[in-house]
Design a protein around this ligand. Structure first.
Ligand code: PMP
Length: 390
């Protein structure tokens, strides 16, 4: 037998290339911001999740440098062994204060927070109801838990209600409804108050992923839970420190007993190295800024309004109409989305082509920042009008 057991890799990559699904990273050669340097050129950045413009903020960088000088680069172990620093606890208390929850727990990424939380609170005798458009970390968390997973039609409360009616009374023990609050690809918001009503009716827990909402929605920046007036309700909130908070890491926020349970049972928290001092300190600084500078959210909301007025009302461009800073410009196939993204680059705009398998319909994903100015938005709209011809 001389067969090469790895030969399938080349074949698999040929298939990826033939479908125009091939992906590779592009190097940003500058600090994050509304304008970034890419392959030697300065482009207006509509590709990042840095909604408040904090990832390149001097105060976060100073906090990261100071924490590194005091505590070093690595934490050397997991939180329960040698990795815990008082900075982690300060950040957890700051997140709990922002979210108006009893407590919070910081994970090394939002992905790990979702995997760990879902897989530890439900198991094989339980039921998960999951929105069809949920993020990969929620879907994989659901799979890892071993629970029965039923997907409901995107944001469709009637479908969720029907699935609950049909399945909740059967032999399942616990039931968990899982949803993004702001969906990462279309930017639309989940119907949180209605989901909570159904959860109350059918005795279900609810886990909501506030990754794209924290810092962006709510008068104090707590996210969609605050935006919908649902703070204080029985909820499990998950999120990331890597989007509006400009750092790296993730968290779960909720009741003290939930957080205590996760500290004892969530494998993606127990068995991984604690978040670095630099990331922790930068996120702590960002939470303060989110609470103390609501004007950043106002500027972001103004940019969203201006962009929608120009792109949708004025030029009827076919973009999703969202309350969030995320917009999607659907295109007919993956090749067209790739061509549109490189055309945008020629016109000074950085906005990625998102293709299957990430999404079912290829598109350009646009994300706005508080730090974009009027000229940036005008240039975007004019470039989108060009790609609308493709
Ligand atoms: N949830 C959602 C909705 C996300 O979009 C992301 C990141 N793309 C994550 C979770 C994962 O967060 P992190 O990048 O911190 O792992």
């Amino acid at each position: 037998m001389n067969a090469d057991p790895y030969a399938w890799l080349e074949k698999s990559m040929d298939t990826v290339r033939r479908a125009d699904w091939y992906r590779s990273p592009q190097s940003i050669e500058s600090c994050p911001g509304s304008v970034v340097k890419l392959a030697g050129r300065r482009l207006i950045n509509f590709a990042s999740n840095d909604y408040l413009g904090l990832a390149g903020d001097d105060r976060l960088m100073q906090a990261a440098v100071a924490a590194t000088k005091e505590f070093g680069t690595g934490t050397t172990g997991s939180r329960l062994v040698s990795g815990h620093r008082d900075l982690h606890r300060q950040l957890e208390l700051a997140i709990a204060n922002l979210k108006q929850t009893e407590d919070a727990l910081v994970f090394s990424s939002g992905y790990l927070a979702n995997l760990g939380a879902i897989a530890s609170i439900v198991g094989k005798r339980d039921l998960i109801l999951s929105d069809k458009h949920n993020h990969s970390s929620l879907k994989n968390g659901a799979m890892l838990s071993g629970a029965t997973v039923l997907e409901y039609t995107h944001c469709n409360v009637e479908d969720l209600g029907a699935l609950l009616d049909e399945n909740r009374a059967s032999s399942y023990r616990k039931c968990l409804i899982v949803t993004d609050s702001v969906f990462s690809m279309d930017g639309d918001l989940c119907p949180l108050p209605q989901l909570l009503d159904l959860a109350g009716q059918f005795n279900c827990m609810v886990l909501v992923d506030e990754a794209h909402a924290t810092g962006v929605f709510g008068a104090f920046g707590a996210g969609c839970v605050e935006h919908f007036g649902c703070s204080g309700q029985p909820l499990i909130q998950v999120g990331t420190l890597s989007k509006a908070l400009g750092s790296l890491g993730g968290y779960v926020a909720g009741s003290s007993v939930l957080i205590d349970f996760l500290r004892n049972r969530a494998p993606t928290w127990i068995y991984t190295t604690a978040l670095t001092p630099a990331d922790t300190a930068a996120a702590l600084e960002a939470v303060k800024i989110v609470q103390q500078e609501p004007e950043r959210r106002s500027r972001l909301q103004q940019n969203i309004k201006n962009f929608k007025y120009e792109a949708i009302s004025n030029y009827q461009l076919p973009i999703t109409n969202s309350l969030s800073p995320i917009f999607s410009f659907p295109l007919k196939d993956a090749a067209t989305a790739l061509a549109a993204s490189s055309k945008l680059k020629e016109m000074g705009i950085f906005a990625p082509a998102i293709r299957p398998p990430t999404v079912s319909v290829s598109r350009i994903r646009i994300s706005l920042m508080a730090t974009h100015d009027v000229a940036h938005l005008q240039q975007l709209v004019s470039a989108l009008r060009t790609i609308a011809q493709l």
